[in-house]
Design a protein around this ligand. Structure first.
Ligand SMILES: [Zn+2]
Length: 440
């Protein structure tokens, strides 16, 4: 019988009170396993532009790639899953797409790139689907179609993995009791195979969500082996229903690879920009720091929020520092102009910081004292005098290096320090790996 290759993409099925796109994917995979389809890759978990206004928690989309003899039945059943598990009415706008073809054209990955760093309208997605023979199913306003299309064609330059484990239904909504110390030890013993499990500076567990969703925890890492090992070390006193491993763009910094155009700075776009500090930073009462940057004569406002832990770095910038920043564009409002909301600061060249100081006595190497207004300076030890103040270099408190937010302020896509020079070329799919597990 004829085998079809079927690409399945879904997005925006979750809401703030309960459901989660990765859980829906887990339920779909459980079903597909029963139907004995052939999996051609790990499920994808793709995070898109985190700076768009209508994102749910993490703007994550999922894609599956399978081979089957009965694509029509599979599609029908998946639509039923989406209807059953989506939180429509609670703010979800699910999008589901099917693309039946052996390979995915390059246009799909271009579409994914666009969804990564700009705001893509749902009508653009609908038009793209029609032009490319993509079958679509959506509920709500269909905004989820953007991520669903972007996910099936995602082109990885680098990727990571996440093992997500799911709670037993009887525990949904209850407090998660993950043993903090076990997460800290897990991070230490699996480094650098896993990342962002625990924030040492804030002593915070980063693997577990706090909401009502079915996720127990997720361990992020470089390969399947590391995330399985990491998950096995996490201790928790509750039953769980199973886990699934995703190939992901988390931790790759993909949303900031795009170079921002300082002339246009389109609201809700993400990317990076190199320029020089134009105006010394101001620290606002809430601890946020604002300054402006200039490039080829055009200026832009920048803001660094206190929870990022970057405010101290930003407040020490001075006019003339050459920096590369990454972040998202916040729309102008009544209280502020259009602003780049900073996600990293890479200091390329520090400017000289000079202050006027009393002259040094050349004999005693002592600072001279003022003789009174307009009367010059005198060394109290030997009596030498000098007329004018001198310029003095002040030591800078920041260095020419990359500064990232503290791990607890990282976005899913933030490239953590330990991954700065690490790029995984696409790791082959190994179906013998235990990438899916259910006790259901
Ligand atoms: Zn002297």
């Amino acid at each position: 019988m004829k085998q079809s290759t079927l690409h399945i993409g879904l997005d925006d099925t979750d809401s703030r009170d309960g459901m989660c796109t990765t859980f829906l994917a887990y339920k779909i995979v459980e079903y597909l396993k029963k139907e004995r389809v052939r999996f051609l890759d790990y499920p994808y978990l793709i995070r898109f532009n985190p700076n768009i206004p209508w994102k749910t928690r993490g703007n994550g989309a999922v894609a599956l790639k399978i081979q089957t003899q009965k694509p029509s039945l599979i599609k029908k059943s998946i639509i039923e899953f989406v209807k059953r598990y989506s939180a429509v009415g609670n703010g979800a706008n699910p999008g589901l797409v099917f693309y039946e073809n052996n390979s995915v054209p390059k246009e799909f990955s271009d579409f994914g790139r666009m969804a990564m760093c700009t705001l893509v309208k749902r009508d653009t997605a609908k038009k793209f689907a029609t032009q490319n023979s993509i079958e679509t199913f959506f509920m709500g306003n269909g905004q989820g179609l953007v991520g669903a299309i972007g996910a099936i064609g995602y082109d990885f330059d680098d990727h990571t993995f996440e093992l997500i484990s799911y709670r037993h239904e009887s525990n949904f909504g209850k407090k998660r009791l993950i043993v903090k110390d076990s997460v800290k030890r897990m991070q230490e013993s699996t480094y650098p195979g896993t990342f962002n499990s625990y924030d040492e500076s804030k002593r915070r567990v980063l693997i577990a969500p706090h909401g009502l969703d079915p996720v127990l925890f997720g361990v992020r890492g470089e390969d399947v082996f590391s995330v399985v090992k990491g998950a096995s070390l996490v201790k928790f006193p509750e039953k769980f229903s199973g886990y699934m491993i995703f190939r992901s763009n988390q931790g790759t910094g993909d949303h900031l690879r795009n170079e921002l155009d300082i002339e246009s700075l389109k609201p809700f776009s993400s990317g990076h920009l190199t320029g020089s500090v134009y105006q010394n930073p101001k620290t606002n009462p809430g601890g946020h720091v604002t300054f402006s940057i200039s490039k080829s004569g055009t200026k832009a406002n920048c803001a660094v929020y206190k929870p990022t832990g970057l405010a101290a770095v930003a407040s020490n910038l001075i006019k003339g520092d050459l920096i590369r920043i990454g972040g998202g564009i916040r729309k102008a409002s009544k209280n502020h102009d259009r602003t780049i909301n900073i996600e990293f600061i890479d200091i390329i060249k520090l400017a000289k910081k000079v202050e006027m100081a009393n002259p040094l006595c050349t004999k005693c190497n002592k600072r001279m004292k003022s003789k009174g207004r307009g009367q010059g300076y005198r060394c109290v030890r030997c009596g030498r005098t000098s007329q004018n103040k001198v310029e003095e270099n002040i030591e800078r408190k920041i260095k020419e290096q990359l500064y990232l937010p503290v791990p607890s302020a990282h976005r899913h896509l933030t490239r953590p320090l330990q991954r700065i020079s690490r790029f995984n070329t696409k790791i082959e799919f190994d179906n013998s790996n235990k990438w899916f597990c259910t006790f259901g």
